[in-house]
Design a binder for this molecule. Structure first.
Ligand SMILES: *[C@@H]1O[C@H](CO)[C@@H](O)[C@H](O)[C@H]1NC(C)=O
Ligand SMILES: *[C@@H]1O[C@H](CO)[C@@H](O)[C@H](O)[C@H]1NC(C)=O
Ligand SMILES: *[C@@H]1O[C@H](CO)[C@@H](O)[C@H](O)[C@H]1NC(C)=O
Ligand SMILES: *[C@@H]1O[C@H](CO)[C@@H](O)[C@H](O)[C@H]1NC(C)=O
Ligand SMILES: *[C@@H]1O[C@H](CO)[C@@H](O)[C@H](O)[C@H]1NC(C)=O
Ligand SMILES: *[C@@H]1O[C@H](CO)[C@@H](O)[C@H](O)[C@H]1NC(C)=O
Ligand SMILES: *[C@@H]1O[C@H](CO)[C@@H](O)[C@H](O)[C@H]1NC(C)=O
Ligand SMILES: *[C@@H]1O[C@H](CO)[C@@H](O)[C@H](O)[C@H]1NC(C)=O
Ligand SMILES: *[C@@H]1O[C@H](CO)[C@@H](O)[C@H](O)[C@H]1NC(C)=O
Ligand SMILES: *[C@@H]1O[C@H](CO)[C@@H](O)[C@H](O)[C@H]1NC(C)=O
Ligand SMILES: *[C@@H]1O[C@H](CO)[C@@H](O)[C@H](O)[C@H]1NC(C)=O
Length: 753
């Protein structure tokens, strides 16, 4: 009988593991606890003796014949399922807003969820949904010191069919930022359901476990009767790392288990491979009897269970082929000489060794080939061939710099996408800072989340759009990598963050942005947008103009970024196109939202919001203000109507700016924010007006000393902002960059911080 080498190895490792001493058992009554249908395994417990700590206490409350398990003492969260791998399901409230026919709110709740240390909301197992025909939902949450906001909006008409997929018609969904601990759901509506009241008086929003909610035409009705839905949270124990916990008396990972770090500060225990059971239980994990579980585990051999594994003992006349298979022994004649008896085992072991080495090498080779194949598949899927063609067709001028990167290059540039390289993240994915190996150029690398199917298309879009642009106020695309499931984009790095941060993250060290710089940034951004609308071969509508998408370099030069949602508008379509409504709430053109007709004027509206933000230094969405004041555009417009501009202006710019120019910009913003697109100025007009204001600001002219030459100068050379060298006179100085790209996904909006 021959014993397979692996068995020996398995035996020795198993022996090492089982030396961990088995400890006493749990206090009486703590095994097999149930609260109604819920199994409560240790470290959870329904009494102080049974629970490992306060945070794993389950308050099983009985009323009549029903049992309700609450998480923690005095807790109100109802537990639906506890899984020992570190997840559990809890029931959380559905947010509801209902309106009467005349637009008055009749029902409203604002669910919040606070989790103590050791619990986090799973981002991989949950989704945020908003349901309704005049609905948007915003989720705010925190992780560490940072706050994160994301959300989505949904609209529909009476005759829309309401079915899966959930993509903006009656239903929208968005994934959550990583590892939030506190969340607040806010549900709102654009027109108080007055246009859709007949068929949809209520909006709903909730975070729910994947697969627990399917959208259909009965969802409105069902949700009206649903109070709570299940959500998945991650748990861990101890509030210390594995290293620290191991030193404590109360270290919880018992025999045949190992410690893994939890998502927050605590740790988790896991059974070793080949073992099952409860790793927290004093008895530890028990061996899996593979021979019982898989009766035919061995082919032409007898299965022998060993701790953590199994081995096959070959039947008489068979010899091992591999771990699970025995093959007939080759017939050997005359093999009775002593020499042969010595040589055979030698040959066999050498042969085996050779086999092992060669199969390892083969395995390695296969793995490598598989990886290469996968990379090739993604490359093709992502439109790599098309892009290569385009690049080679364009091998002149601006596209010389666009490059297709390999994954290895980017791994090297970002230290394998290391956490410390993250510049920003949100619902859209993550932006990393990298440094190219060949020229040490800092770059911003945008890696989108895996998921939405539209991403690949959006990506190609962004590449093609950006490939056509070369403007000093548009962030430059350096290249892309197509070898991953979701393509990765590489941009120039813009060093000074986003305009959004520069306006809103003002503190002790950072002084407010001066009026002069605000005007300069506005003029430059307007110029870039006008260029996109009128100077490119096909007009480009940016579709996601916002301060978070205007980046700043060291000299406060504005760089418009994020073209993921942009659309090329073919000239023969009269500059109108029916599209999925897409953009960022708070900046989104209400006309476009209603009609889905996309025109350049939608960007003008969004730019109007940017101007209002520059004037007031307020965020576009202030959830802590009264409802009528939440939306910056509305708030700004009503202030202008009521002649209260000074009330909403940022005091700092009033102090250092020229009030006349500020008023002019405010009036311009008002015109951009007109409800009817056709009444708004074009981006070209906006850019010219801002440029004009900048110049007058630089040359403050009092009528008395206005000399004719200067007037000539003012009107002559600088009034056409389109005389910029299109092929970028700036290419040599483009080394300092930074970017916090905010990528909007279908009908969603996000805010990285
Ligand atoms: C485990 O032991 C450590 C150190 O003795 C102590 O700080 C901690 O509170 C204990 N945890 C529990 C749940 O008893
Ligand atoms: C358990 O929950 C019930 C019902 O909410 C409550 O009355 C009771 O005080 C709780 N017990 C503990 C120990 O928290
Ligand atoms: C609880 O979760 C486990 C593992 O995720 C699953 O197998 C089990 O069916 C769930 N139980 C209930 C009642 O949902
Ligand atoms: C916990 O959360 C992380 C990220 O939020 C997730 O990837 C993981 O699957 C969750 N579950 C467990 C058991 O760790
Ligand atoms: C919508 O409802 C809110 C709250 O009831 C109210 O303050 C607001 O004026 C309403 N708006 C419209 C357009 O009816
Ligand atoms: C996050 O939000 C909380 C509550 O809304 C607020 O108190 C806190 O200041 C915010 N933190 C940051 C960094 O903005
Ligand atoms: C939703 O649909 C999926 C797949 O069709 C199904 O597995 C799941 O059970 C459904 N969930 C509910 C709550 O109906
Ligand atoms: C849903 O419930 C609310 C009150 O809870 C009610 O006003 C509304 O008419 C109900 N029906 C529908 C279809 O939403
Ligand atoms: C967990 O540890 C962190 C940091 O070590 C501490 O701030 C926090 O208060 C602890 N939480 C509990 C519940 O002990
Ligand atoms: C066992 O060995 C015999 C040859 O002796 C072979 O015919 C048979 O297929 C083997 N069984 C399996 C399951 O491979
Ligand atoms: C062992 O060898 C048999 C026959 O060559 C093959 O079918 C089986 O997949 C192999 N098993 C493993 C685990 O390699």
């Amino acid at each position: 009988m021959e014993i397979w080498l692996l068995r020996l190895i398995a035996l020795t490792t198993a022996a090492a593991v089982t030396t961990v001493a088995a400890q006493s058992s749990l206090p009486a009554g703590c095994d097999d606890q149930y609260c109604g249908d819920l199994k409560v395994p240790y470290p959870f417990g329904m009494t102080d003796e049974c629970a490992f700590e306060d945070k794993t206490f389950i308050n099983c409350s009985k009323s009549g014949d029903d049992y309700t398990p609450y998480l923690m003492k005095g807790g109100t969260l109802v537990v639906k399922n506890i899984s020992l791998d570190g997840e559990m399901e809890i029931m959380t409230y559905v947010a509801k807003n209902c309106y009467s026919q005349n637009g008055m709110q009749t029902v409203r709740n604002k669910p919040r969820l606070w989790l103590v240390d050791l619990f986090t909301i799973s981002d991989t197992k949950n989704k945020l949904f908003a349901i309704g025909c005049d609905t948007y939902a915003i989720i705010e949450g925190s992780r560490g010191k940072n706050n994160y906001t994301t959300g989505c909006f949904s609209s529909c008409q009476e005759d829309d069919s309401l079915t899966e997929p959930c993509s903006g018609v009656g239903c929208c969904q968005v994934s959550l930022p990583r590892q939030l601990v506190n969340i607040k759901l806010t549900l709102s509506s654009f027109y108080n359901h007055t246009y859709v009241w007949d068929f949809n008086p209520c909006s709903y929003a909730f975070v729910v476990k994947d697969g627990e909610f399917n959208f259909s035409d009965t969802s409105f009705e069902k949700l009206n009767k649903t109070e709570k839905l299940p959500m998945v949270i991650n748990w861990s124990i101890g509030n210390v790392s594995c290293e620290v916990a191991r030193k404590f008396e109360n270290y919880s990972c018992k025999a045949n288990s190992e410690c893994v770090s939890g998502v927050r500060s605590g740790y988790l225990c896991q059974c070793l491979p080949g073992y099952e059971g409860n790793p927290y239980h004093p008895h530890g994990c028990t061996d899996i009897d593979e021979c019982k579980v898989k009766p035919d585990a061995c082919i032409n051999g007898t299965c022998i269970n060993i701790p953590g594994d199994f081995s096959c003992s070959c039947h008489e006349g068979y010899t091992p082929e591999n771990k699970t298979t025995c093959k007939p022994k080759p017939n050997r004649e005359g093999g009775s000489s002593r020499a042969l008896l010595l040589i055979i085992p030698l040959c066999v072991s050498i042969g085996l060794l050779a086999l092992l080495v060669s199969s390892l090498m083969m395995l390695w080779g296969m793995k490598k080939r598989k990886l290469i194949k996968l990379k090739e598949k993604f490359f093709e899927q992502n439109g790599g061939i098309m892009l290569q063609q385009r690049l080679s067709n364009h091998r002149s001028g601006s596209l010389d710099t666009t490059k297709i990167f390999t994954l290895d290059e980017l791994n090297m540039a970002t230290n394998n996408f290391h956490q410390t390289r993250i510049l920003g993240e949100g619902g859209y994915g993550t932006v990393y800072k990298g440094e190219l190996m060949d020229n040490k150029l800092p770059v911003a690398i945008k890696k989108s989340k895996v998921g939405a199917k539209t991403q690949s298309e959006q990506f190609i879009n962004e590449v093609i759009v950006l490939m056509q642009i070369n403007h000093r106020n548009v962030v430059k695309l350096l290249g892309c990598c197509l070898e991953t499931e979701v393509p990765i984009l590489v941009y120039e790095f813009i060093s000074n963050g986003t305009l959004f941060e520069r306006i809103h993250d003002v503190g002790e060290e950072v002084s407010p942005l001066s009026w002069e710089l605000r005007l300069k940034i506005a003029a430059e951004a307007a110029d870039a947008l006008a260029y996109l609308h009128y100077q490119t071969s096909t007009p480009i509508v940016h579709r996601d103009v916002k301060t978070a998408n205007i980046l700043l370099d060291n000299s406060y030069t504005a760089k418009v970024s994020d073209f993921g949602a942009s659309r090329l508008i073919p000239l023969d379509q009269e500059h109108q196109m029916q599209t999925f409504v897409q953009g960022t709430f708070g900046y989104l053109d209400p006309e476009y939202m209603q009609s889905s007709q996309l025109t350049e004027k939608s960007d003008v509206y969004s730019f109007g919001v940017v101007l209002a933000e520059l004037l007031t230094s307020r965020k576009t969405l202030s959830l802590d203000r009264p409802e009528s004041d939440r939306n910056l555009a509305n708030c700004f417009l009503s202030a202008m109507r009521e002649n209260r501009l000074l009330d909403v202006l940022d005091v700092d710019i009033v102090n250092d700016g020229n009030l006349k120019a500020i008023e002019e910009v405010a009036i311009l913003a008002t015109r951009c924010l007109r409800v009817k697109g056709e009444e708004r100025p074009t981006m070209k007009e906006v850019a010219m007006e801002l440029e004009g204001l900048r110049i007058t600001e630089k040359h403050p002219w009092r009528e008395a000393d206005l000399c004719p030459e200067e007037t000539e100068y003012l009107l002559g050379s600088s009034f056409d902002p389109f005389s910029i060298d299109i092929n970028g006179g700036e290419t040599s100085s483009t080394t300092d960059y930074n970017s916090m790209q905010h990528r909007m996904m279908n009908n969603s909006y996000g805010d990285g911080r």
